[in-house]
Design a protein around this ligand. Structure first.
Ligand code: ADP
Ligand code: MG
Length: 168
């Protein structure tokens, strides 16, 4: 079954909506197979956003710097979620990077508001609550970066009765 990395960013933790966000993922049937709170180091975030995420080439040095500062502003909760095409499902639920563009019904669209213009003018990162792996390659690299194998769990959920159609 496909796995994806979700990180509840410092703004989600400090606003006290980590539980509500996690509930959305649980309700759709995603399975929590890894979860922990941590304050990632600059080096950890650098690897995540640049070595894996190629953010400097995609978004520019300034956006990269303000994002690392924002992610360093407090603890985060890292999650590994598992389910049918979990990477695409979680991206759909999270919504567009810019909260201004994120549709109602998505996590970013429902719980945050900020524009690229405002962030750029004020030299701040976009506080959009959630990181979610962009594709399956990114997911595999990110999960290995944030979690050791012993921190990923195997168990059965009630929901799997309805999604596992073929016994292998
Ligand atoms: P996503 O998180 O939707 O995959 P990216 O990987 O492109 O988006 O960017 C990583 C994170 O960096 C974004 O979620 C956002 O918090 C921040 N960010 C991206 N672009 C900017 C920008 N121009 N200004 C400020 N912060 C940004
Ligand atoms: Mg990304």
């Amino acid at each position: 079954m496909e796995k994806t990395l979700v990180v509840l960013k410092p703004d989600a933790i400090q606003r006290g909506i980590a539980g509500e966000i996690l509930t959305r993922f649980e309700k759709v049937g995603l399975k929590i197979v890894g979860a922990k709170m941590l304050a990632p180091s600059y080096d950890h975030l650098y690897h995540h956003y640049e070595n894996i995420g190629k953010m400097v080439s995609r978004r520019g040095q300034k956006a990269f710097d303000v994002t690392l500062a924002m992610m360093n502003a407090g603890p985060v909760i890292a999650l590994v979620l598992e389910g049918v095409e979990a990477v695409a499902l979680v991206r759909k639920m999270v919504g567009a990077t810019e909260p201004k563009s994120a549709l109602p019904g998505t996590i970013r669209g429902d719980y945050s508001h900020m524009s690229f213009g405002h962030a750029d003018a004020n030299d701040v990162g976009i506080p959009n609550l959630v990181h979610a792996s962009g594709d399956t390659t990114e997911a595999a690299l990110e999960i290995a970066h944030w979690f050791s194998e012993s921190e990923i769990y195997t168990y059965e959920t009630a929901h799997e009765k309805f999604t596992q159609t073929k016994k292998k």
